[in-house]
Write a new protein. Structure first.
Length: 351
């Protein structure tokens, strides 16, 4: 019988992205060393479930990419093993005498948890806009039990909040509930809004990648690809990333319903009902207006906001409204991430 997860042992049901593996290796190397076993999961109440690892992707490639982003590289051993007739993948990490970083971030294994030893603290103003502090506190909660895709999005959203907090005089010189009258503030508001909406799309692409990597069968479709598309990718992992990004085509054109219809991996989660789809579609239309029309209303925009605006008028949002939209997308992300993790047994960070 396999032992439970501990300070020297971590199970993953599926093959995680290289970034996840790198963080795990860093955390063990910076503690007492340990083992990562892929193809095994804890099913709750101490029950260990041996799933076996899909052979459609080569774990060695993922491990090599993980090691490439570690500095310095610790002593690591890895190989496929067979246990009870199931093919698993075992990684042994030796304790390092020097702190091992993942792109300048340092992690350490404490019990069965991973601690981030040098997080970039979000220092907000003592007398700043209170809603920023409230949203940031919730975002910290969302970073727990999250996929790598979700953690990236949340950290970006926290950076957006920090910028808003730092540039209050430009972004809301009178009141957070009123659009800025500062011309530079108007431009920056549009940039910040577009940035966090773009990152929501990036999250969906990254999530699809993690789903494809964990469950290769979900990648299969009748869509034809060219030999050039395959050859442009250096390995299978890069090809999977390419396929995930290709899936975003309809969403980037503002067609949320089209995107969901063509991606059963998202629709089957049952998170995005019609009401949520309509709200996201409106957010994407505002992003399009800010990115391509400098905020001036066009005919397509009026199709989504009939009777509320006039053609060629300037669309503006207050920082309060900006925060509402950011929080809404973060909330949707949390719901999607939780459902996807449960359905596809995705690897999590900060369990």
């Amino acid at each position: 019988m396999l032992p439970a997860e501990s300070s020297t042992l971590e199970y993953k049901a599926v093959l995680p992205p290289s970034n996840n593996i790198a963080k795990l290796i860093s955390s063990f190397a910076n503690a007492d060393g340990g083992y990562i076993i892929l193809g095994v999961s804890e099913a709750g109440q101490g029950n260990i479930e041996i799933n076996g690892l899909s052979e459609e992707f080569h774990a060695n490639t993922i491990i090599h990419k993980a090691l490439d982003i570690l500095s310095p590289q610790p002593q690591v051993y890895y190989q496929y093993v067979v246990y009870n007739g199931k093919k698993l993948y075992a990684i042994k990490i030796e304790k390092s005498d020097i702190l091992v970083a993942v792109e300048d971030k340092i992690y350490k294994r404490v019990g069965a948890q991973i601690l981030h030893l040098n997080p970039s603290e979000l220092q907000l103003k003592v007398n700043g806009y209170l809603r920023i502090k409230i949203i940031n506190k919730q975002l910290e909660e969302y970073k727990k039990k999250a996929t790598n895709a979700k953690c990236k999005l949340i950290e970006h959203y926290q950076s957006i909040l920090k910028i808003i907090d730092d540039l209050a005089l430009m972004l809301y010189p009178i009141d957070a509930n009123k659009p800025t009258i500062n011309q530079e503030g108007k431009i920056l508001t549009r940039i910040l809004f577009s940035s966090f909406v773009d990152n929501f799309e990036t999250y969906l692409s990254d999530l699809l990648y993690e789903i494809f990597l964990a469950n290769p069968a979900t990648l299969k479709s009748k869509k034809q690809i060219t030999l050039e598309e395959v050859l442009n990718c250096s390995d299978m992992e890069e090809f999977v990333k390419y396929c995930a990004k290709e899936k975003l085509g309809k969403l980037q054109k503002g067609s949320v319903k089209g995107f969901i219809k063509e991606n059963k991996q998202i629709s089957d989660l049952g998170v995005l009902n019609e009401s949520k789809q309509n709200e996201i579609e409106k957010i994407l239309q505002i992003r399009h207006l800010y990115s391509h029309r400098n905020g001036f209303v066009d005919e397509k925009f009026l199709q989504y906001f009939a009777g509320k605006f006039t053609l060629n008028s300037e669309h503006q949002m207050s920082i309060s409204e900006i925060c509402d939209k950011l929080y809404y997308l973060a909330e949707i992300t949390d719901q999607i991430d939780s459902a996807a993790t449960a359905k596809y047994k995705l690897a999590q960070i900060n369990k």
